[in-house]
Design a protein around this ligand. Structure first.
Ligand code: NAD
Length: 375
C-alpha cells in the first residue's frame, strides 16, 4: 500500500516520508524540482535494487543514470571528477537536477556534485539507508573525504526535495539498519525524551529480521527527521546549536580512528553515547542513571554498550585530539543534560572542553558496567 506524508518542518524544502514512494518519484521531482534534464547518481548496490523503479516516472530521453562503487571509498575527489566530467560530456547545464539515490555516501557525493556543477544545480535527496533517511539527507551538508580526513572538502547545499520511501529498507542489510538506529537513539537523547521512550519500546523489533515492515517505522523516522530539522533550522551553518548533533561523536570518532575504521560508525556512536552520558553524570551535568538508560537502549538495538577491550583508555584519549571539535588543542564534547536535553556549555556554544582525567574516569566506569562491549 502506498502512503505519503509531507512533514511539517521548519525547512525551506519539502520532505516526504511514506511507503512505496519510489514509484512516485518522477511526479514528486517534476513538481518540486522541475528541470529539463535529470541525472540520477546511485551506488551500484542500490542501483541494482531500486534504480529501475526510481527512474520509471522520469522522462527517459532526458534522464541519465550514473553509478559509483558502493562504500565510503567512493566519497573522493576521483569519483567527483569522474561524475562531473561525465555530466558535462552528457551536456548537463544549469538545466539539470541531480537526484541522489543511496545511503549517506551517495547523498554526500552527489550533493557535492550538485553544489559544484555550474556553481550549483538543484538536488533531490532520495535516502535509502536508515542513517541517510534520519540524518544525512536533511541539513544540506555535502562533501568528500581526503587523505587528511573525512568530510574535509565540501559545501552546504540544501536539497530542493527529500523523498524517504521506507519500503527500500527491505533490501538494506540488517547491520546497516542497526547503524541507523544509533542515530535515532541520539536524536531522542539530545532533543525529545518522548521520542526516545517510544523508540526504545520498538528497538528489538526494529533491529531484528523484518524490522523494516514495522507499521510504526515511518512515524518514528518522521519524528527523528523532525528533530534533526529543528536543530539545523536554528543553525544552518554549524556555528552553535548544531553541535548537539555531535553527541556521542567525540568518543565515536576516537573509536573509529583507533580501529582504523574497522568499527562501523553506528556501533562507535552507540558506545560514544553511553560513555559521554557517563561523563556528563560524572561532571554533574545530568542525573545519575542517564548512562544506564542509554546503554539499555543501545543494547535493545543490538549495538555495543562499551569501549573495545583491545584499545587502551590512553589511546582513545589521544585519538580524541584529532576530532574536528578540538579547539586550540582542547577537546570539546557535546554532552547531554538529561533525557531530551543538551548542555549549553560554558560559552553557550553547546559543547565544552573536558579534562583527560574526567574522560579516563568515564571510560573506566563504562568498561566496568558494559554488558556487551565492542569486541
Ligand atoms: P552508505 O551510503 O555507504 O550505505 C551503507 C551500505 O548500504 C552501502 O554498501 C550501500 O550500498 C548499502 N545500501 C544503502 N541503502 C541500501 C538499500 N536500500 N538496499 C541495499 N543496500 C543499501 O553509508 P551510510 O551509513 O548510509 O552513510 C554513511 C555516510 O554518511 C558517511 O560518509 C558519513 O560521513 C555520511 N554522513 C553525512 C551526514 C551529513 O549531514 N551530510 C550525516 C551523517 C553521516
Amino acid at each position: 500500500m502506498v502512503s505519503d506524508t509531507r512533514l511539517a518542518l521548519p525547512l525551506a524544502y519539502p520532505v516526504h516520508v511514506g511507503r512505496g514512494l519510489l514509484g512516485s518519484l518522477g511526479r514528486l521531482v517534476t513538481e518540486h524540482a522541475p528541470n529539463h534534464r535529470y541525472a540520477m547518481i546511485a551506488d551500484e548496490a542500490v542501483a541494482r535494487h531500486h534504480a529501475e523503479t526510481a527512474l520509471a516516472g522520469l522522462p527517459r530521453e532526458r534522464t541519465a543514470l550514473l553509478t559509483v562503487p558502493s562504500g565510503e571509498a567512493s566519497k573522493c575527489r576521483d569519483e567527483w571528477a569522474r561524475l562531473t566530467d561525465g555530466l558535462l560530456a552528457w551536456g548537463a547545464g544549469r538545466d539539470t537536477t541531480i537526484i541522489a539515490l543511496g545511503g549517506g555516501v551517495t547523498g554526500d557525493l552527489a550533493g557535492f556534485v550538485a553544489a559544484t556543477l555550474h556553481r550549483g544545480v538543484p538536488l533531490v535527496q532520495v535516502p535509502t539507508s536508515l542513517l541517510a533517511m534520519v540524518d544525512s539527507s536533511v541539513g544540506g551538508k555535502t562533501g568528500i573525504d581526503t587523505k587528511a580526513g573525512k568530510n574535509l572538502v565540501g559545501a552546504f547545499h540544501d536539497p530542493s526535495l527529500v523523498v524517504v520511501d521506507v519500503e527500500v529498507l527491505r533490501t538494506l542489510p540488517e547491520g546497516s539498519r542497526r547503524e541507523g538506529l544509533a542515530e535515532m537513539i541520539k536524536h531522542g537523547l539530545i532533543a525529545d525524551a518522548d521520542h526516545f521512550t517510544a523508540l526504545c519500546g520498538h528497538l528489538p523489533a526494529l533491529a531484528g529480521a523484518g524490522g523494516h515492515e514495522l507499521e510504526v517505522l515511518p512515524a518514528l523516522i518522521a519524528e527523528s527527521i523532525a528533530i534533526k530539522a529543528r536543530v539545523v533550522a536554528e543553525d544552518a551553518r554549524e556555528s552553535g546549536r548544531r553541535q548537539v548533533l555531535n553527541a556521542g561523536h567525540t568518543i565515536a570518532h576516537a573509536i573509529e580512528h583507533t580501529s582504523e575504521f574497522a568499527v562501523p560508525h553506528g556501533a562507535a556512536v552507540a558506545v560514544g553515547l553511553v560513555v559521554e552520558s557517563r561523563l556528563s553524570e560524572m561532571l554533574g551535568l545530568t542525573e545519575v542513571g542517564l548512562a544506564e538508560t542509554v546503554a539499555l537502549a543501545v543494547r535493545r538495538a543490538g549495538l555495543p554498550d562499551g569501549p573495545p577491550a583491545s584499545v587502551s583508555d590512553d589511546a582513545l584519549i589521544e585519538a580524541t585530539r584529532s576530532d574536528k571539535k578540538a579547539r586550540e588543542g582542547r577537546v570539546e564534547y557535546a554532552l547531554p543534560a538529561g533525557l531530551g536535553a543538551m548542555d549549553r556549555g560554558p560559552t553557550a556554544r553547546w559543547s565544552r572542553p573536558v579534562s583527560d582525567d574526567d574522560v579516563r574516569s568515564a571510560l573506566i566506569e563504562s568498561r566496568r558496567t558494559a554488558q556487551s562491549p565492542l569486541g
